[in-house]
Design a protein around this ligand. Structure first.
Ligand code: ADP
Ligand code: ZN
Ligand code: ZN
Length: 728
């Protein structure tokens, strides 16, 4: 038998199928050790065949690495498909299917040793010398307690006594696998509510259908309950399920919700677990002990078989697209798996991405709606405040008069407020008022953010820190101006306004330590603070019962990012942050501060009018020829050498021009230039940006890959990004 093997080396040069002879019978999907060059290397069997084209060069597979088949046939099929059509490397895809700890044998199943007597205690005692007191005591102890952990026994009676008893065959040791299980929040026995009519309709459609469903439900409309009912139904049919949420919403509360309903059948996969925990949770899914995989993006590769439903909650979230290597879109993988398993996919959101809603409109997805909150709770009232008018009235403060009043009121009543600003630090940049000098990072072409807490300037792209300057290094002036405010400054402003208020801040700077994120949320929900200030981290799915006020500062900011999605993102953020207020029946209020109050994003967001926002936005995209009416392709070229990056970009540019000539009606935009941020971590960045009509997109993509494949070299990185989430 010949095995087709992919070796576990992340190099394009070795990313092909190698033939090896098999002496033992091994399944497709087994991990094996193979000779490679003059080394032994781990690899994956991805196919079996009877003969090889290289019979005289063939070497033998050395040995299997595990006693189970690590990669399922489905994942091999996925790998083949995605390497072909999405241009991903075999090995990168295979690595996604395994817990990191399995490779290289770094993590083994955790085991525990148990000791027990092999026969009758009294018979043994008759033969043991009266002077061997410890041995006799150990035998008596086992007689009384039955099976005992070996470490417990050696601790009580000593190693030599226990070993002596093992040597004469009186004690036997058995090894049992011990599971490392991630913690979830305390399990209160939550009730299982009866679905309302809208929820029931959604569940009925999903469990009797297939394809992709878009579940559009306002915040608090009971989407999670729909997911759980669908999972329940699929489990009763003997199938498994995959449930994804954005990394940041993956809290112990979410785990306990699912554990409560499905018990040990739930396994959790996310980056916060220890390697051992991840390995064990993965093993439980792989061997069928668990059949509900709950996790962030990467859990889409959960090793479950016979999948009954795949759920992607908050489908609009940018984190579902992996921007690192390998680049993949979670929905794309989900749809492959759904087709393979003949099961439905649910994409859930209060604010679906324009692309998804467009597909629903076109009939590609089936639209299901939950238009009302559970128990008909009202959505919080939104007020738009025009900050230009505030300025005219002489208010130059961070907070508008309305927000100041509302903040005071809320805290006085003993209720809680959230203030949202999507920018961390104290000031987004600093500038010399006399000569215009702005401090920038040495390694990145980006201005530095002022952090007052440690009186430093920080680069938000590479993390490098610099001393704060008191005096302009160019002209010596001390006349230094601060740029746009960040969360640190907001905290200072709240303190000024309400000196007694207890304030928490949640952003990248306060959540560095493991568990800090959860600790801040817990403290806030336990009422240990009156005001929570934060970036978009606070926008996601937390249920705070006592929050009645949400302030959104500088809502314009995301509108001015040079990204065609900025309207959509602003709408999503406002809706989500607003959803934090008034959850428990208390009426909530949201104040949005903006300099462009008449912009349709704010008008429709304030009215919770997704549908009209969508129609308007779709129209804009159609006119300006942006997705979903075109596809964006960006080739990003980076290198430590500016010349190398530029020459490469030029070379690619020349060849892309040929493609454009061939498909000139399909290209609606093309430009080669420096990337918006010209340097990050000392790498120079160039981009070739294009927008392509959908009709012959597949063909064009292949032509582009053919070109970019030729440019691989030392200290040179060429990425072809398809519909990238960010264009920095
Ligand atoms: P969403 O995910 O749409 O924001 P959730 O699923 O979190 O909404 O539901 C909001 C709240 O309503 C939760 O506390 C949930 O337990 C509760 N809930 C959901 N469905 C029902 C129902 N049919 N009857 C009563 N309560 C429900
Ligand atoms: Zn100066
Ligand atoms: Zn930097």
């Amino acid at each position: 038998m010949i095995a087709e093997v992919i070796v576990d080396i992340a190099l394009s040069e070795t990313d092909k199928i190698f033939d090896y002879a098999l002496t033992d019978e091994l399944d497709v999907g087994r991990r094996v050790l193979v000779p490679f060059g003059n080394k032994q290397i781990e690899g994956f069997i991805i196919g079996l065949k009877d003969s090889t084209d290289y019979p005289d060069k063939i070497k033998n597979v050395i040995a299997p690495l595990d006693d189970f088949t690590a990669v399922t046939p489905e994942m091999i099929a996925l790998m083949r498909e995605f390497s072909e059509s999405r241009h991903l490397r075999y090995i990168d895809m295979l690595r996604l299917c395994l817990p990191a700890g399995l490779r290289g044998g770094q993590i083994k199943p955790a085991t525990a040793e148990y000791a027990r007597l092999t026969g009758d205690a009294d018979t043994f005692l008759d033969t043991i010398s009266l002077r061997a007191k410890q041995q006799r005591a150990a035998v008596s102890y086992l007689k009384e307690h039955g099976e005992v952990r070996k470490p417990e026994l050696t601790k009580a009676f000593g190693n030599s006594a226990v070993n002596a008893l093992i040597d004469c065959g009186y004690i036997e040791i058995s090894t049992v696998e011990r599971r490392r299980t991630p913690k979830s929040a305390d399990t209160k026995n939550l009730s299982r509510p009866t679905l309302n009519a809208d929820q029931q309709h959604a569940v009925d459609e999903i469990i009797s259908g297939k394809g992709t469903f878009l579940l559009h439900g306002v915040t608090g409309s009971g989407k999670t309950e729909v997911y759980m009912h669908c999972i329940e139904e699929m489990l009763s049919r003997g199938k498994s399920a995959i449930m994804l949420v954005p990394e940041i919403s993956l809290t112990p509360q979410v785990f306990s919700l699912f554990r409560n309903r499905f018990g040990d059948r739930v396994a959790i996969l996310h980056s916060g677990l220890s390697q051992g925990e991840r390995f064990d949770e993965w093993r439980r899914l792989r061997n069928g002990e668990a059949c509900v995989a709950v996790g962030a993006r990467s859990a889409i590769f959960a090793p479950v078989e016979n999948v009954g439903v795949i759920i992607i909650d908050e489908e609009h979230d940018g984190s579902y697209v992996s921007e690192g290597n390998p680049r993949y879109d979670t929905v794309d993988v989900a749809e492959f798996r759904a087709k393979y398993n003949d099961c439905p996919v649910i994409l859930g959101s209060a604010t679906p991405s324009i692309g998804s809603y467009y597909k629903a409109e076109q009939g590609e997805y089936k639209l299901l709606e939950l238009p009302k909150r559970i128990n008909n709770l009202l959505l919080p009232e939104m007020e738009i405040v025009n900050m230009s008018a505030e300025l005219r009235l002489g208010n130059r403060d961070v907070f508008s008069a309305a927000l100041k009043d509302a903040l005071k009121n809320t805290v006085e009543k003993g209720e809680q407020a959230i203030i949202f600003l999507n920018r961390r630090g104290y000031a987004s940049f600093i500038m010399c008022k006399d000569c215009g000098y702005i401090p920038k990072c040495r390694d990145c072409d980006i201005s530095l953010t002022y952090h007052r807490e440690d009186n430093q300037l920080k680069c938000h792209y590479c993390g490098r820190r610099y001393e704060m300057i008191e005096r302009c290094p160019v002209c010596g002036s001390t006349n230094i101006r601060q740029g746009r405010i960040g969360t640190e400054r907001v905290v200072a402003e709240v303190k000024k306004l309400l000196p007694e208020a207890r304030i928490l801040r949640m952003d990248n700077d306060t959540t560095n330590e493991k568990g800090a994120h959860q600790r801040i949320l817990n403290e806030f929900s336990e009422g240990k603070a009156d005001v929570l200030v934060g970036t978009q981290m606070i926008a996601k799915g937390h249920d705070f019962q006592n929050v009645t006020l949400v302030g959104i500062l500088d809502a314009d900011f995301s509108l001015y990012l040079s990204d065609y999605r900025s309207n959509e993102r602003t709408f999503q953020l406002i809706t989500q942050v607003a959803g934090r207020a008034g959850r428990a029946g208390k009426s909530g209020k949201v104040i949005i501060q903006t300099y462009t109050p008449r912009h349709y994003v704010f008008r429709y967001a304030a009215a919770y009018d997704y549908k009209n926002f969508y129609l308007k936005e779709k129209n804009t995209r159609e006119v300006t020829k942006f997705p979903p009416f075109t596809n964006i392709v960006r080739i990003l070229v980076t290198s430590l050498s500016d010349k190398k990056a530029m020459d490469t970009a030029r070379g690619i540019n020349d060849r892309i021009k040929d493609v454009i000539a061939k498909y000139k009606d399909d290209f609606v935009y093309y430009k080669g230039a420096k990337a918006p941020i010209t340097r990050i971590q000392n790498k120079y960045r160039y981009q070739l940006l294009m927008r392509v009509k959908p009709v012959r997109y597949e063909e064009i993509k292949r032509e582009i890959f053919k070109i970019t494949d030729c440019y691989k070299g030392k200290a040179l990185w060429v990425f072809t990004e398809l519909d990238p989430q960010t264009l920095i």
